[in-house]
Design a protein around this ligand. Structure first.
Ligand code: NAD
Length: 269
């Protein structure tokens, strides 16, 4: 069902890799809610070509950008405004990657080259993106910027490795940049802390299958799906959430506020 929540709005969506990506679902829903969008991803991710099907489905174009490159970001924002015919109303940062996770480096034995690279991609890119849109005055007043995060920023989840640190930094950037963006340009900045979700990034974490089942059994509503996350993201892009900024918003079926569930208790009785 469509409510026309984003009618007349323009935005950029980072991070749609394949049909499982959270960004993929956000792009589909933004389109059906009436938005005009530009899709972007790292040049290497675009080589797989799946994003072209999404572009066709959502009447959008794809502009490559490595989110760690300020030059790429500037080019992306410029070209997007040209294509969309004006300033932006929303941006989704749906980007994450840890080389330590990928290369099976234990947290206690981090490779710091990997740590730097993963930090640049997963956290600093959010600052670089906002530095660019801010300097170019590319976002309309009451526009909305959202990044995706995970509760490992607040609590220890051993196999999440250095992504926990990256997410803590990402959430902090949302508050720090959100202050200036709100004060100077009336633009909102929030992070959504999503349930574990079976995507390429999600499944890269060791023990993901057991973990997703555990989270589901703890959460009173069960795990939130990628589609649920897209719907929540759209609400943050809409005018219905105009006064929400600098928040880390848990979207996890109640996981974050649950100590223990009946199902887990039964396993020990
Ligand atoms: N899947 C989960 O369990 C889960 C839970 C909470 C939060 N998140 C977050 O959601 C976001 C989206 O991840 P997803 O689960 O949809 O997985 P995904 O693998 O589909 O998306 C990750 C994206 O990051 C992109 N990316 C990597 N390096 C990049 C770079 N240098 N420049 C631009 N893009 C780059 C990838 O190409 C990919 O499209 C991430 O921030 C992730 O940490 C995921």
């Amino acid at each position: 069902m469509s409510y026309g929540l984003l009618k007349g709005k323009k935005g950029i969506i980072f991070g749609a890799l394949d049909q499982n990506s959270i960004a993929w679902k956000v792009a589909e829903m933004a389109h059906s809610e009436g938005a005009q969008i530009v899709l972007t991803n790292a040049p290497i991710a675009l080589r797989m070509g799946e994003i072209n099907a999404l572009a066709e489905k959502t009447s959008s174009i794809v502009i490559p950008a490595d989110a760690t490159s300020e030059e790429d970001l500037k080019n992306l924002i410029e070209k997007s405004m040209e294509h969309l015919g004006g300033k932006l109303d929303f941006v989704l940062h749906s980007i994450g990657m840890s080389l330590n996770v990928r290369k099976n480096k234990h947290y206690t034995d981090s490779n710091y080259d990997f740590t730097h690279k993963g930090f640049d991609i997963s956290a600093l890119s959010f600052h670089k993106l906002m530095k660019t849109t801010y300097a170019m005055d590319a976002i309309n007043p009451w526009g909305s910027i959202v990044a995706l995060t995970y509760i490992a920023a607040q609590r220890a989840f051993p196999d999440y490795n250095d992504m926990a640190d990256n997410k803590a930094y990402l959430e902090s950037i949302a508050r720090s940049f959100g202050y200036f963006y709100g004060k100077e340009k009336k633009v909102r900045v929030n992070t959504i802390s999503q349930s574990p979700t079976p995507t390429t990034a999600g499944k890269g974490v060791k023990g993901f299958d057991q973990f997703i089942a555990y989270a589901n059994s703890i959460s009173p509503l069960g795990n939130a799906s990628a589609e649920d996350c897209a719907a929540y993201t759209i609400s943050l892009f809409s005018d219905l959430t105009k006064m929400v900024t600098m928040q880390n918003l848990f979207h996890d079926g109640g996981f974050s506020n649950t100590g223990v569930s009946q199902e887990v208790m039964e396993k020990f009785s």
